[in-house]
Design a protein around this ligand. Structure first.
Ligand code: ADP
Ligand code: MG
Length: 474
């Protein structure tokens, strides 16, 4: 492609970013690439169908306008999905599975001893899903900056009908504790179970380990496949708790079987796929190959919205319960990040109000929720951020840090970055080694010891590291 085109693309991207803001830009456009400019048409590619349809319906005109501002000759925009070739290869077994299924329905349900019955019953009666909380629906989920993309993707999964093409598989949502992962997964499950269109199976990783896997193990391969075929959408919550080699093997098998059959898989976890240390690389890359979205901590505005929604809901049962605006603002301001603590705070106010009959006042709220106010929770520091910040500080590139180069100007920054990864994250030495260009854990250990030794004597280095830490934790 001509360099000039790439240059224009760079300008268009900057323009777009300035117009929509960093958050929206990185949610929707960060992975958009320029493929070609031909006859006044700009062809752009994105990695998933979902992104394509979202950008098409929400931002097509804006993207075009940005192009036209740089290149008057551009007349239209064409969006394509990058992995289209791969995807159609995956779609084939799905079509076959559908046909087989239709054939079975067409043959009537009366055939005695159908192996499928055993599988179905196994899944839906013996196993059941994990219990669902009736309050965790899309209606009660409040959308804000930190969760727009995750919410949109979840909605999309929930709205898909049997036989629709699967847009991204798996959908992988990750976020810290109390930020709404379980809420979204259960919301999807409710819509499916309500409509009765596709069977939704919601399982915690624990349930998957002890119930699902063991019962599948007793089935023949055929029944296993049939059981899976009965599931339209499999949702697994808290994947980070999945443990044990054989469970991982089963998980991998299930994941592959479902995805290859065109079934939707949705996963929630407290970390991105790359940080699931105990899963093997193939599973990790399969997980990362769908749509991976992170939900950021709840901002103050969103916390306030959630509180208001909660009060409204509580008033359904307790009409006299009233929380004045200043109290809501106080709670939203002081209880940070976590949806669970917000709920806890309101429950206390409600209990107090019910038990004593006293109205909710600011003073009462301050007293009641005092112990829920924690010092600012430490930010989750990511290894990529460490690499980025350290690279910038020492004026090397991130790929230098990951490379095998051993010149002094990269060795020291690399050691510092590894040291920070060990001290600021919970990642293990082997995991850190892997994330630094596939190094051995002993190399990481050596780096950590080296820097620990140095900061004792080298004031300048100690200070440098302090500054880096502060930058990362802000
Ligand atoms: P996670 O599974 O991520 O730890 P949950 O889904 O259990 O978090 O959420 C914790 C609590 O916060 C729940 O009561 C949930 O309803 C509430 N919550 C979190 N995010 C939202 C949101 N965006 N809108 C409404 N409630 C939310
Ligand atoms: Mg949860």
């Amino acid at each position: 492609m001509p360099n000039a085109d790439q240059e224009s693309w760079l300008k268009v991207r900057n323009r777009l970013r300035a117009e929509v803001g960093d958050d929206i830009y990185s949610s929707w456009f960060a992975r958009m690439d320029l493929e070609a400019i031909e006859d006044g048409a700009v062809r752009l590619s994105v990695p998933t169908r979902f992104l394509k349809s979202w950008i098409q319906s929400h931002y097509a005109e804006r993207v075009l306008a940005c192009w036209q501002a740089e290149e008057a000759k551009v007349g239209r925009i064409e969006l394509i999905v990058r992995s289209a070739v791969l995807r159609s290869a995956v779609a084939k077994p799905k079509a076959e599975a559908e046909t087989a299924e239709r054939a079975r329905y067409a043959n009537g349900n009366s055939g005695a001893g159908r192996p499928m019955m055993a599988g179905d019953a196994q899944v839906h009666e013996a196993l059941g899903g994990s219990p669902l909380d009736p309050r965790l629906t899309f209606d009660t989920f409040v959308v804000g900056r930190s969760n727009t993309l995750a919410h949109a993707a979840a909605k999309q999964v929930a709205a898909a009908r049997r036989g629709d093409p699967v847009m991204f598989n798996p959908l992988y949502i990750h976020a810290g504790v109390g930020l709404g992962k379980t809420h979204l997964l259960q919301a999807i499950t409710w819509t499916g179970n309500g409509a009765g269109e596709r069977k939704m199976l919601y399982l915690t990783a624990e349930k998957f380990m002890y119930g699902f896997v063991s019962s599948l193990r007793t089935q023949t391969t055929l029944a296993f496949k049939d059981a899976l075929r009965g599931i339209g959408v499999l949702l697994i919550d808290d994947l980070q708790f999945l443990q044990g080699k054989s469970t991982h093997a089963e998980f991998c098998h299930t994941l592959n079987a479902l995805i290859d059959a065109g079934r939707q898989v949705v996963i929630a976890s407290d970390r991105p796929p790359s940080d699931l240390e105990s899963l093997d690389d193939r599973v990790r890359s399969r997980l990362a190959g769908g749509l991976v979205v992170e939900m950021a901590p709840l901002g103050e505005e969103l916390r306030l919205e959630i509180l208001k929604a909660r009060v409204l809901a509580a008033r359904g049962h307790h009409p006299s319960f009233d929380v004045p605006e200043p109290v809501l603002s106080y709670i939203a301001k002081t209880i940070t990040h976590n949806g669970r603590d917000l709920e806890g705070a309101l429950n206390r106010l409600l209990a107090h109000n019910k038990l004593t009959g006293h109205p909710v006042t600011l003073e009462m709220a301050e007293r009641e929720v005092r112990d829920l106010i924690r010092p600012q929770e430490p930010k989750r520091v990511k290894i990529e951020d460490i690499q980025r910040v350290v690279a910038r500080q020492y004026n090397v590139s991130r790929s230098d840090l990951l490379s095998s180069r051993r010149t002094a100007n990269v060795v020291r920054p690399r050691q510092v970055a590894m040291y920070l990864a060990k001290t600021l994250t919970l990642r293990s030495l082997p995991e850190i080694g892997r994330r630094f260009g596939g190094r051995d854990h002993t190399t990481v250990l050596h780096a950590v010891r080296k820097i620990e030794g140095l900061v004792g004597n080298d004031m300048a280095l100690a200070e440098e590291i302090e500054i880096l830490k502060r930058q990362l934790q802000e």
